[in-house]
Ligand binder design. Sequence first.
Ligand SMILES: Nc1nc2c(c(=O)[nH]1)N[C@H]1C(S)=C(S)[C@@H](COP(=O)(O)OP(=O)(O)OC[C@H]3O[C@@H](n4cnc5c(=O)[nH]c(N)nc54)[C@H](O)[C@@H]3O)O[C@H]1N2
Ligand SMILES: Nc1nc2c(c(=O)[nH]1)N[C@H]1C(S)=C(S)[C@@H](COP(=O)(O)OP(=O)(O)OC[C@H]3O[C@@H](n4cnc5c(=O)[nH]c(N)nc54)[C@H](O)[C@@H]3O)O[C@H]1N2
Ligand code: SF4
Ligand SMILES: [Mo]
Length: 756
Amino acid sequence: MDEKPINPTGPKRSSAGMHGITESARYSMAEMGPKRSLQTLLKMNHVDGFDCPSCAWGDPDPDHRKIAEFCENGAKAVAWEATRKRVDAAFFAEHSVAALRERDGHWLESQGRLAQPMHLAEGATHYAPISWDDALALTADRLRGLADPNRAVFYTSGRTSNEAAFLYQLLARRFGTNNLPDCSNMCHESSGAALNETIGVGKGLIAYADITDYADLIIVVGQNPGTCHPRMLTALEQAKRRGARIIAANPLPEAGFGRFHNPQNARGLVGSGTQLADRHLPVRINGDLALFAGLNRALIDREDERPGSVLDHEFIDRYCEGFEAAAAAWRALDWSRIETMAGLSRRLIEDCAADVLAVDRVVVCWAMGLTQHRNAVATVREIVNFLLLRGNIGRPGAGPAPIRGHSNVQGDRTMGIWEKMPDTFLDKLRDEFGFDPPRSHGLDSVDSIKAMRDGEVDVFLGLGGNFASASPDTEVTEAALANCALTVHVATKLNRSHLCHGTEALLLPCLGRTERDQQASGEQFVTVEDTMAMVHSSRGRLLPGSRQLRSEVAIVAGLGHALFGDDLGWRDMRDDYAVIRRHIEHVVPGFHAFEQRIRQPGGFMLPRPPRDSRTFPTATGRARFTVNPPTVPDVPPGHLLLTTVRSHDQFNTTVYGLDDRYRGIKGGRRVVFLNQDDLRDLHLHDGDLVDLVSVHPDGERRAPGFRAVRYPTPRGCAAAYYPETNVLVALDSTAETSNTPTSKSIVIRVERDDRA
Ligand SMILES: Nc1nc2c(c(=O)[nH]1)N[C@H]1C(S)=C(S)[C@@H](COP(=O)(O)OP(=O)(O)OC[C@H]3O[C@@H](n4cnc5c(=O)[nH]c(N)nc54)[C@H](O)[C@@H]3O)O[C@H]1N2
Ligand SMILES: Nc1nc2c(c(=O)[nH]1)N[C@H]1C(S)=C(S)[C@@H](COP(=O)(O)OP(=O)(O)OC[C@H]3O[C@@H](n4cnc5c(=O)[nH]c(N)nc54)[C@H](O)[C@@H]3O)O[C@H]1N2
Ligand code: SF4
Ligand SMILES: [Mo]
């Protein structure tokens, strides 16, 4: 794609409105045409329709849904999937793999939907057609030939349904490995790790109504809902209209926190909109641990001044442990260090603490701005501390809310997609299916890359996703994939991962969410779990994009059958997804009477004991206060901290276009947002061409050809888009405990590009 960012106009102060509607319409018409557009969009997020394939934000209860229950970015995702363009045998005959590797990700996906199974033979220059039977037999054959089942990895991206995910983990474990890396390893793993450790459950604790109806104060940290969870703005607007306050902590002044023009009602379209954030805290990149430590310190100070006025002692005494040690650590904090690390004044942090003390019920929402740093797990633990202090867990309008990314990434985990599922789950799996699942932990995403690089893995299977582009250290990851004997991708669209192939490769095209899924017993639906732990059904309506597409369930069940014959009833599960749901009901807690309850409008909510009954399934049965000394990365003089973010025109590695409307960028993605004082110190001007060079103990990495854009970021803080910047993230720069790549705090140098 041509890159020429022209006249950046700076951050917008408002979001959605008429512009959002015209953008949705433009994308839909271009990819789907008028009839298909109407047919699909009006079924989206409705009780008898399909779940939006984009983000994991939840839905209002069925009585409160509007006719158009989707946002601009949901519409883009659907149009992208339901496009009428096709990538078939003729396409692959025309384009060699080498030629396709020269194309960018946007071009590859723009070619349309993968239409038939394709095979790249050893030494071949082009993918060639293969039958489904041969493709599955070939995969089974290569897997069977492995010296050890741990020489295969089974990657999952978070769009996969519960049914397909359950089958996929069953397949991997039946095969004998827990090598089940997923996109979550690069996403909310830090949240899961911290929440599991402190409250005994790795998920958020809120329901939709906690935001709309109950919370008095909603703190949104490290999240850009205007782009990544657009309908969250509708919920925040509802909260505001009944008097809730909102604090946003973000190094960038994101448009979504400004005036929101709700496209679903006339007031939003013609009025002045609703100002969402009451306060914007321009925290430094990775200054959030210091910010929350400072908040907790301020709360303890107020309590020490007037004992009994701040803390919920009854809650702390009855349900928690570790309070004294944490309180002692807060009292010993040095305010000047907090101020430097957070980039915020003590006064401002104390004002926020006063906001907290003025209200009863507090929710903290966060996303990738917190999870992709070295100290990410500690930051989330510190948020839990913050909530525990005032008993903000296990009552309406309160609690931790990691807002999940992919539409079913949370459900995939619930279904067992995790390299370290607990023994309780594995025992149930054994009892249900009569085989002994492996117990030793498997490889996560980063460790899978290392194992492939080091020749310890021969077969990579991907159920969706774009592992090559989503992972850190692009060159290392691409070489690691190429080091495999066989790479197999189940996918809807062509992407970079399919071109960084092993000695041999397969491309298996599958149905998308929007499409009808017909199996032997009739038309099927699947289920998904949103970020509020609501499980509901999803039923596609469009005719499949090609006769040769198979559902993800059918592909995984087919592979199970090719490997093991019908030992676990793979055929029955393929023919009727209710059979899979019956197994899920027996294996996974919270799914009793699954088949009946999934038919209730809106579905059902999974249990989360800390929310439901203030029961904390930790080792001691208590919620844990933890001590988390604030840290920030060491940034040498002349260097900056770079965070990598999403534009308004992309879904992860899927780039829809080159604009980022809310940040005032048009026509280019190779831009780096820089503070004006940093620009001056670097002797650079707005518009200059620069290289970004990351510095890591094992060497430097370079991303060339970025335009410098003057932007109101905090001093020393830069931002640029993912995945263009993934080359800069060193493979072994990961978060403590969660092993999540530190893609939101990369130490860089900015060098003038001599080609300028
Ligand atoms: N349209 C669209 N929707 C999506 C996606 C998409 O790509 N496009 N991706 C989906 C997925 S998988 C996910 S995980 C989510 C991601 O949703 P987000 O996490 O909201 O997305 P990011 O663009 O990664 O942005 C993180 C936000 O954190 C801020 N930030 C960066 N560094 C820091 C920091 O150190 N501290 C703080 N406080 N803030 C920081 C950035 O300025 C940005 O506003 O969205 C999901 N939804
Ligand atoms: N630098 C940096 N790196 C990051 C991040 C970051 O913020 N910064 N974010 C991380 C995060 S949060 C995530 S979640 C990962 C995302 O990592 P992934 O989930 O691996 O990547 P996606 O870009 O979502 O995958 C897109 C591909 O999925 C396939 N696909 C789409 N729909 C379907 C479907 O219904 N079924 C199947 N089988 N395939 C489908 C298409 O072929 C498409 O090309 O990236 C991570 N990487
Ligand atoms: S908020 Fe997320 S789930 Fe809802 S319509 Fe928009 S993209 Fe889809
Ligand atoms: Mo994600």
